[in-house]
Every structure is written in C-alpha cells, then in structure tokens.
Design a protein around this ligand. Sequence first.
Ligand code: AMP
Length: 280
Amino acid sequence: MQIFLTISEYRNWRNSLASDAKIGFVPTMGALHAGHASLIRAAASENTFTVVSIFVNPTQFGPKEDLSKYPRTLSEDVALAEKEGANIIFAPTPLEIYPESPTQMIFGIRDLDKKLCGASRPGHFNGVIQVVSLLFHIIQPHNAYFGQKDFQQFLIIKQLVKEQHFPVHIIGCPTQREADGLAMSSRNVFLNEIEREQARVLSMILFHLQQKKADFDSIESMKNFAHTTLAQYPLARLDYFEILSENNLTEIANLDTESYAHAFIAVFFGTTRLIDNLRL
Ligand code: AMP
C-alpha cells in the first residue's frame, strides 16, 4: 500500500494505470472503524484499486463544532485500511486541498440540504459538497462508496453526481452497528460511560418503529413514541426526529400508502451529536 500526501503524487500514480483499471474510492475523515472497513471491503471486492482518502474537511464544520478535537489516528487508520484491502491512502493537508483557503464555492442541492442535519448544521452540506467534488476531480474514481449511516449525505452526493455529470457510480453501504445497536461513528469515543450506555436509545427507537410499524396509526403517533422514549434518557437531548420519504426527503402524509417511509434521528449527549436512520 502507498500513502500519498499531495495531489501531484496521486496524479502520477493515477496516470500510470492501465486504461481498463477500475478505481474504487472511499472518502473518510479518518478515525476508521468497522463502518469504514465495510466500505473499504466493498470497494476492494469490486475494483482493481481501492483508494481511501483521510481528510478532516474544515469547511464542513461550523464555527462552534468539534473540528479541532475530531479524532486523528493516522497510523491506526493506515493499518486498518491496508488490512481491508486498500491500495492507496490519500491524506492531504487542508492547504493542499484549499490552497486559497477558505474556499468560497457555494452549492445548492435543491432542498435536500435544507432539512435534518442541514437545518441543524448550517453550511455543513455545502462543505461536504465542496470536498467531495474536489476529491472526485482529484481521485477520478469509477465507483465511490458512501455509508447509509449518513443517509442525507448519501442522497445529496447522488444528486450532485447527477447534476454535475460526474462519471462516478455511487454505491450506498449499510450502517454497521455495535452489539447494542448503536451506529458506529468516529464520534462515539467522545461519549462517557453513562452517555454510551444511553446512546443505544437512538437505534432502539428506530428498530421499535420498524418492527411495530403496524401498531402505529399515524406519523404523529410515531413521533410521540420517539419523544416519550427519549424523555426517559436524561442525558439525551433531541435535535430532530423526522419521518420522510427516503427518495427525496419530502414529508409523508400517510404511513399506509407510503412504502419509502424513512425515520431520521439526531440526539446530543453533552456536546456530542449522534445521528441514525432506518427505513420503516
Ligand atoms: P466519516 O469518516 O465519518 O466522514 O465517514 C466516511 C464514510 O464512512 C461515510 O460515507 C460514512 O457514511 C461512512 N460511515 C460512517 N459510519 C458508518 C457506519 N457505522 N456504517 C457504515 N458506514 C459508515
């Protein structure tokens, strides 16, 4: 496996490949865990070469968010990526990606970036689109792998690729979970013992709604269930709970007629914000 810190090193390697070589790309912010590993494995099984980027993208963090304390574990990440079959790690500095920092590029992505995390984290998805489109230009992958744990991000990237005609196939990979159901996340390390114990409430709510869907007569009653369940977990502070169409994040009127109902939840434990989602 090779590690490239600069765009020119990567380009030299990319230009040396045979024209029929297929590149699979897994963009990450590092602090890799079994969720990332599943994406790398999927890429390695479907492509000639697998490229993993590790870049904590400053433009997707708000001014009061956790950019400086975001976990950075490069040597462990390199070992995990290699074990899962990655061929290249691309780990640039912010200055390499944004030489005229901060970038001014503004994107709109219909209304997909206005709701859920987009409403709670203004500017977040603009930063995600900035970095993903730059990385697509640099890496020039054939296939790119995204986790459905970040379902709204996955939809936005699919829309970006469609509207910008990126010649990249986007593949969504299922959410990997801890034994108690908590979605794996690089931010889980910020939870103390009691918060970690209570954090299982997110997936508990989602799986209960999925399994007992027939017991609920309306979206409103599902929302009430989420709110009352969460109230029993004193350290949890709800950011949002929504049930929307998984096609385009529009409101759903009726549970019976809608086969694409998808539940989305975001909860703060202290300053740590966790998200999860599930098709109902
Ligand atoms: P991040 O490093 O958090 O920006 O995530 C990089 C990629 O890994 C994104 O496509 C995420 O959706 C994906 N990912 C993060 N956590 C998980 C998980 N628990 N299961 C599957 N994919 C994940």
